[in-house]
Ligand binder design. Structure first.
Ligand code: SF4
Length: 207
């Protein structure tokens, strides 16, 4: 009997996990979501890429808001932009900010490449992160290491969703820009011991 199809993971969940496993769990296990200035800027920067559209630019077909899937990896999502030069897909993901190295974005982009390879039967050797503040592209090569890292994140997210686990906060420099700070409370619950202490205190009757 053929294997049952894998439940589909959203490609965005991989980016959330690569940024912070707790952020992924709060959004995809506990269904929490909050906006902050960074998410609102990101939404604004994505607005054009969110409208499905096809255009031909210098003999290159450009698709915006292209739906993506992979049966093999159990993924679903949407690419901001995919350029088809001679039929080879080249995904471009919009990111707010400057050209600093964006590891979660590289994982997200590589997952898009896995989908495009399955959808088109062509190999996808590279794509790019487009930084909306600097208007610059940063090319990302989908080498063996990045592909292995992406597969590891896919497995980790699948396990997290199956077990419905919410890991402790990272409580580091990823937290200040994170929109989930108020629901996450990284300072209050950054270790299991502290989590227990705070929970006990919550239920201690005062004299
Ligand atoms: S506030 Fe920090 S620990 Fe909490 S979800 Fe965001 S990045 Fe992760």
């Amino acid at each position: 009997m053929p294997d049952a199809p894998k439940p589909r993971l959203m490609i965005s969940a991989l980016e959330h996990y690569a940024y912070c496993p707790r952020q992924c769990a709060l959004i995809h296990v506990e269904q929490s979501y909050e906006e902050n200035v960074y998410t609102l800027r990101g939404n604004r920067d994505h607005r054009r890429a969110d409208e499905p559209e096809t255009e031909i630019r210098d003999d290159v077909r450009v698709e915006r808001a292209l739906p993506l899937y992979s049966d093999e990896w159990g993924l679903t999502g949407r690419a901001d932009v995919v350029e088809f030069d001679d039929g080879t897909p080249y995904p471009v993901e919009y990111k707010h900010g400057t050209t600093r190295r964006h590891e979660p974005g590289r994982i997200q982009l590589c997952a898009q490449a896995l989908c495009l390879e399955e959808m088109t039967g062509r190999s996808v050797p590279a794509g790019a992160l487009y930084h909306t503040k600097s208007h610059r592209r940063q090319e990302v090569a989908f080498g063996e290491q990045l592909r292995a890292d992406t597969r590891a994140v896919i497995d980790a997210v699948r396990t997290q969703l199956r077990k419905q686990t919410v890991p402790p906060p990272v409580n580091d420099d990823r937290c200040p820009p994170c929109s989930l700070q108020t629901v996450c409370m990284p300072d209050a619950v950054d270790t299991p011991a502290r989590q227990r202490r705070e929970t006990d205190r919550l239920f201690t009757a005062e004299e």
